[in-house]
Design a protein around this ligand. Structure first.
Ligand code: SF4
Ligand code: SF4
Length: 382
């Protein structure tokens, strides 16, 4: 850990329990070991050597989405995510990650990145589809839009992340077109890998470091002003764990709010819906990057077609969390679904590829990505 040790972070905890109401896992399970406070005490005991790692406490260590909810709520400023990631790396180092989670990581970032798509496509037709959270695959040839000119300075580098590269590649095509329609020069270079956060958050620092090195090598080949990532988890990874001095890294809604606030939404998109829609705040947007007003700046232009959900409820995906703890994930998702029923909405918009996958594959209402609400091919001032 670069700045503080686990013990230094943990000793800030005042045992107040404020974090419990913000924790989707605690709210699903209602046991103290599953609370953020319980995990702070566990991480501290493991770090101090008062407790030796065993299957029970390893499992507890992984019963956390690293969603940032507790960190956001904590009055003491306990840096929970950094502590959890460090403790998982110490306790596990990737070796003790359960086989199913490893299989999912392998599928998401290993096989898939090497273009061996037949295996996940095959598995997506089996009962393992749900267990591994595999979506229906969409076809889009990203080679058609990939590439870059080393002599040119681009406005933005688009980093779509692995879900929008391999599961929903048409979203990468659409987001690039949206940004270009706003008058921006957009670089989508070949050779980008997953940001690596799924490995890092699971305690597999070595794998993360390899992906980081490969991405940084691609970044160094080109000139661009900003990196735009339609995924707040990727933004967190780049800001906190990459070496990108002087580069502005922005999540998509944050970028549009800051640099293209006049970007026009498409009223006909909402008119085609059977009723009002809402927005699902991804945990890392709301709780880690503190992005709330950015998406709403655009969503509120739809008037009363937009019904705000200010619950901040998690969708239960958490990347690999869902694979490891499907029952807990389901309870968390059910709460979200109940909230959507209560709001009486007929569609959901979100701005995280992971939430998009989770909601799209599991809800009965249509799910859209944030970029879908904008007019296509409309030139506006940057
Ligand atoms: S809110 Fe912060 S200080 Fe209070 S119990 Fe949770 S981690 Fe500890
Ligand atoms: S990061 Fe999220 S899931 Fe993990 S303990 Fe904190 S609030 Fe709970």
């Amino acid at each position: 850990m670069a700045e503080k040790t686990i013990s230094e972070i943990a000793k800030l905890c005042a045992d107040c329990g404020t974090c419990q109401s913000a924790c989707p896992v605690y709210q699903a399970e209602l046991t103290e070991p599953n609370s953020p406070r319980g995990k702070v005490n566990l991480a501290k005991a493991l770090a101090d050597g008062r407790l030796a790692p065993n299957p029970r406490n390893r499992s507890l260590l992984y019963q956390c989405l690293v969603c940032g909810g507790c960190e956001h709520a904590c009055p003491q400023g306990v840096e929970f995510n950094a502590m959890m990631i460090e403790q998982r790396n110490r306790t596990s180092g990737g070796r003790s990650i359960p086989w199913l989670k490893k299989a999912a990581l392998f599928l998401y970032q290993g096989f898939i990145l090497r273009r061996v798509l037949w295996l996940p496509r095959l598995l997506a037709r089996t009962p393992l589809k749900r267990r591994l959270s595999l979506p229906a695959f969409q076809n889009a040839d990203l080679k058609m839009i990939a590439g870059g000119d080393r002599e040119k300075e681009y406005d933005v580098l688009l980093f779509p992340g692995c879900v929008f590269t391999y599961f929903y590649p048409h979203k990468t095509v659409e987001i690039k077109a949206l940004l270009e329609g706003l008058g921006l020069s957009v670089l989508y270079p070949e050779g980008l890998q997953c940001c690596g956060f799924p490995y890092l958050s699971q305690g597999w620092g070595e794998k993360f470091a390899k992906l980081k090195d490969k991405n940084e090598a691609v970044f160094r080949r080109f000139r661009f002003r900003q990196i735009v990532v339609p995924c707040s988890t990727g933004v967190l990874a780049f800001r906190k764990y990459y070496d990108l001095p002087g580069t502005e890294i922005l999540e998509l809604s944050e970028f549009l709010y800051k640099h293209c606030p006049q970007a026009a939404v498409d009223p006909s998109w909402a008119e085609r819906l059977p009723g009002p829609f809402t927005y699902h705040d991804p945990c890392h947007n709301l709780k880690s990057l503190k992005l709330r007003k950015e998406a709403r700046h655009f969503l509120e232009r739809f008037g009363d077609r937009f019904r705000d959900d200010d619950s901040g409820l998690c969708c239960g995906f958490g990347g690999i969390f869902k694979v490891g703890f499907p029952a807990v994930s389901k309870k968390i998702l059910n709460k979200k679904a109940a909230k959507l029923d209560e709001l009486g909405v007929s569609a959901v918009v979100t701005s995280c590829p992971g939430c998009y996958l989770q909601l799209k594959e599991n809800l009965d209402v249509p799910v859209y990505f944030f970029s879908d609400i904008f007019k296509r091919q409309v030139k506006s001032e940057k």
